[in-house]
Design a protein around this ligand. Structure first.
Ligand SMILES: NC(=O)c1ccc[n+]([C@@H]2O[C@H](COP(=O)([O-])OP(=O)(O)OC[C@H]3O[C@@H](n4cnc5c(N)ncnc54)[C@H](O)[C@@H]3O)[C@@H](O)[C@H]2O)c1
Length: 415
């Protein structure tokens, strides 16, 4: 069946209706509504040079009939933000960054009555945006060359030349409904879960890609290489879907320890092994004398890509998702690593709109089975300390670092 945008909207609406029983559209909100005192200007952190954000003040424009003005509560720092901060690989400077954001609707245009899944929205609701467009929800990547993309379609990555209220590292963001943007009402989720939605969707998608190989099963032995936020969320998604035999590989002992809390059964610290054969044997031992049926590569290290084939059994599967950007070439031996082992290899990049809906469900289930997924957010910095926050994240001093306008609860260290 050919899927058009209406089909997809219907599917996402059904999924969300099944999860929360709120699939029907709300009656029209009538005229634009507002909540609380809305200032005349917003503070937006613009990356203006390598390694430097300037918090600038821009006027908050009138909210159009298709638009939403959101008071930002918090935003996670993604590896992509860090890549931009360090090297600007996409050549986007000056740009308002931050795409793992969430906040409260303070003003809403009269034409906006429901989110991208058909759930009613109103002033006071909490939302997240999704990088995938309403018009083309099956596309798993966005067009960084802006061939088909309006400037403000991708919040927190694509520069916009006029308004600048389009990155979540800010105190207000303007969602322009007329530009095909997608957003979801996630008012029933706590703030930290909402901040985790975007990176978690990357792993929901990676697992969907892995499933296409037919190798990933309930009793599979699964290796997750890399225990940054991406690898750790991979462990949590696998554990939530019922996979129990998970070995993690990293060189950072505290990250490996945290992976156990999220569902890893055993860990391997690669720093303790000299040579790939010794490391591969350590992984095999961690699985009780077997190589992995399936492996997820969650580092941006070409060496790690070369290594991971050695951890997988003949006929096993590999999902490579660690290279959101080009980090250089990796060496493999096509005969030994791929052909003669008959490895089933898939790549994974970003997510689809449908994966977003699945992610809400994943986070709720993870909470139900007691996985401390939100503990991934170890540190929070206010907007005026955004440069410090990025330096802190780059130095790997925490796990997921957030920039917030309100303090975070639980174990998060508010700086
Ligand atoms: N596919 C996608 O759509 C997508 C989306 C977001 C991020 N990513 C990519 O995922 C990667 C991981 O993201 P993150 O935020 O978790 O990064 P991170 O830097 O916080 O974590 C990477 C981890 O890998 C470990 N590591 C490094 N070399 C290793 C090796 N040889 N063996 C084992 N472990 C090793 C590090 O110690 C670290 O804990 C990044 O490169 C990022 O670009 C991909």
């Amino acid at each position: 069946m050919a899927l058009d945008s209406q089909n997809i909207e219907d599917i996402v609406r059904q999924v969300l209706a099944g999860m929360s029983g709120t699939g029907a559209a709300a009656p029209s909100a009538g005229a634009a509504a507002a909540s609380g005192n809305i200032p005349t200007t917003a503070h937006v952190a613009m990356l203006t040079a390598l390694g430097h954000f300037d918090v600038k003040e821009f006027p908050i424009p009138p909210v159009g009939d298709d638009d939403i003005l959101v008071r930002v509560e918090g935003t996670g720092i993604c590896g992509t933000d860090q890549h931009e901060f360090k090297k600007d690989p996409f050549g986007l400077i000056p740009v308002a960054l931050g795409h793992e954001g969430t906040g409260e609707i303070v003003k809403i245009g009269k034409n906006v009555t429901k989110d991208s899944a058909g759930k009613p929205v109103k002033v006071g609701d909490k939302i997240v945006t999704c990088m995938m467009f309403k018009d083309d929800p099956e596309i798993t990547m966005f067009d960084l060359n802006k061939k088909n993309v309006g400037a403000a379609d991708v919040y927190g990555l694509i520069p916009d030349d006029d308004i600048h209220l389009n990155g979540w590292f800010s105190d207000y963001i303007l969602i322009k409904g007329s530009r095909g943007s997608t957003f979801f009402n996630v008012s029933d989720m706590d703030l930290k879960s909402r901040i985790i939605i975007e990176p978690a969707a990357v792993l929901v998608h990676a697992v969907e890609r892995a499933k296409t190989t037919g190798i990933l099963r309930f009793n599979s032995r699964v290796c997750v290489q890399g225990c940054g936020p991406i690898g750790l969320l991979c462990v949590a998604v696998l554990r939530t879907m019922g996979i129990e035999n998970i070995v993690t590989v990293d060189g950072n002992e505290s990250r490996l320890e945290f992976s156990k809390k999220l569902g890893a059964t055993n860990t391997v610290n690669f720093m303790q092994y000299k040579g790939i054969d010794n490391l591969a044997n350590a992984v095999k031992e961690a699985f009780g004398g077997h190589f992995a049926d399936f492996a997820f590569q969650c580092t941006g290290s070409p060496i790690a890509h070369s290594n991971i084939y050695h951890f997988i059994r003949n006929g096993g599967g590999l999902c490579e998702l660690g290279f959101f950007i080009n980090n250089g070439d990796a060496t493999i031996n096509p005969h030994f690593d791929l052909c003669s082992k008959e490895i089933n290899l898939v790549g994974s990049w970003v997510y689809t709109l449908r994966d977003y809906a699945t992610t809400f469900d994943f986070l709720r289930r993870a909470k139900e089975i007691g996985l401390p997924v939100t503990d991934l957010i170890t540190d929070a910095f206010p907007l005026n300390k955004i440069n410090e926050a990025h330096e802190f994240a780059l130095a790997q001093k925490g796990l997921k670092v957030a920039v917030t306008n309100v303090p975070l609860d639980g174990n998060t260290n508010n700086h």
